[in-house]
Design a protein around this ligand. Structure first.
Ligand code: PIR
Ligand code: CA
Length: 315
């Protein structure tokens, strides 16, 4: 049984790895890729998504451009981490597939409404603007998606402020909409993704695959490692977004706990903080859960397996 997913992303070094993992996994059927501003502007991340598609040999999958700014707040990008292009490091090829003419919001709605209920998993790895807009435009999608597995938030701490994670804090109103919908939702936040470190043995295993896509990941990780060292003092960079994809492939790789979740919208020092109520067992009917850790070895084995399966795509 494969799981059909829509990847809604802002590539982004770790988004690129998430796309490669989804494409290379035998357990996943990547049915659409949509983009959202975030790590860089919408034009840049959309072009990056198409360049990654070429490197990975992804064809026959619609790619659509989405929101260019948050619902309420002003646009903020993560150039300090992802560079001027949003995917600094490797040389990016010209895209070889066209963009779908639809807005990402419409592609998301169309895919969910055209497929059997309970078959499409949404995997957002950027700001939640497109997802929030989609469920407001077509509320029936809430009852039709299998689940939402998103990278964002944190139970403890943040990376864009003391309390808040980037994907959530740049559009907290969108996150609030998504967190309070009726669909099952798994928040794969920093508590889990800060364990997904690209350590030297991991990088050696990726390098040993010795294909175009594996060398691309190596070049991405070189830049990402330096940026993370300079900006946040990490010895090795956390590769956030593929953890959400890994959870879809094999939930046993991620430790999760059911808990009511919400997003801080009015805090003066805590805007965009995700609040998980872990005081006691989740109440009956709780549809949200939070990731608290990963199995590092099995997570990276999924990534290297996917790169092996992708092999050397035709140029
Ligand atoms: C990563 C990101 C943004 C800022 C930093 N400092 C690091 C991006 C990643 O693409 C990921 O989806 C999420 N946002 C992690 O916060
Ligand atoms: Ca991202």
């Amino acid at each position: 049984m494969t799981t059909r997913i829509i990847l809604d992303c802002d590539p982004g070094h770790d988004d690129a790895v998430a796309m490669l993992l989804a494409h290379g996994s035998a357990e996943i059927d990547l049915v659409a890729v949509t983009t959202v501003y975030g790590n860089q502007t919408i034009d840049k991340v959309t072009r990056n998504a198409l360049s990654v598609a070429r490197i990975a040999g992804i064809t026959g999958v619609p790619f659509a451009r989405g929101a260019h700014r948050p619902l309420v707040r002003t646009l903020e990008t993560a150039e300090s981490i992802h560079g001027e292009s949003g995917l600094d490091g490797p040389t990016l090829p010209e895209p070889s597939i066209p963009l779908d003419p639809r807005h990402a919001v419409d592609l998301i709605i169309d895919v969910i409404m055209e497929n059997e209920p309970g078959t499409i998993t949404l995997v957002p790895t950027g700001a939640l603007t497109n997802i929030a807009m989609a469920v407001r435009k077509e509320p029936r999608i809430a009852g039709r998606v299998r689940e939402v597995v998103l990278m964002g938030g944190a139970v403890h701490g943040g990376n864009w402020s003391a309390t808040s994670e980037f994907n959530i804090v740049i559009d907290p109103e969108a996150a609030h909409i998504v967190f309070h919908e009726s669909w099952p939702l798994t928040m794969v936040g920093l508590d889990a993704t800060h364990q997904a470190l690209a350590t030297p043995p991991v990088l050696a295993a990726i390098e040993a695959i010795d294909t175009g896509p594996s060398r691309f990941v190596g070049e991405l990780m070189d830049f990402f490692a330096n940026a993370y060292k300079d900006a946040q003092g990490f010895d090795y960079p956390p590769v956030h977004d593929p953890v959400a994809v890994a959870y879809v492939i094999d939930p046993s790789i991620v430790t999760v706990r059911k808990a009511p979740l919400t997003v801080e919208l009015t805090g003066t020092a805590t805007l965009g903080m995700t609040v998980a109520d872990l005081r006691s067992e989740a109440p009956e009917g709780c549809t949200t859960q939070v990731a608290l850790g990963i199995d590092h070895g099995r997570f990276w084995a999924l990534v290297t397996d996917a790169l092996e399966r992708i092999g050397e795509p035709e140029a």
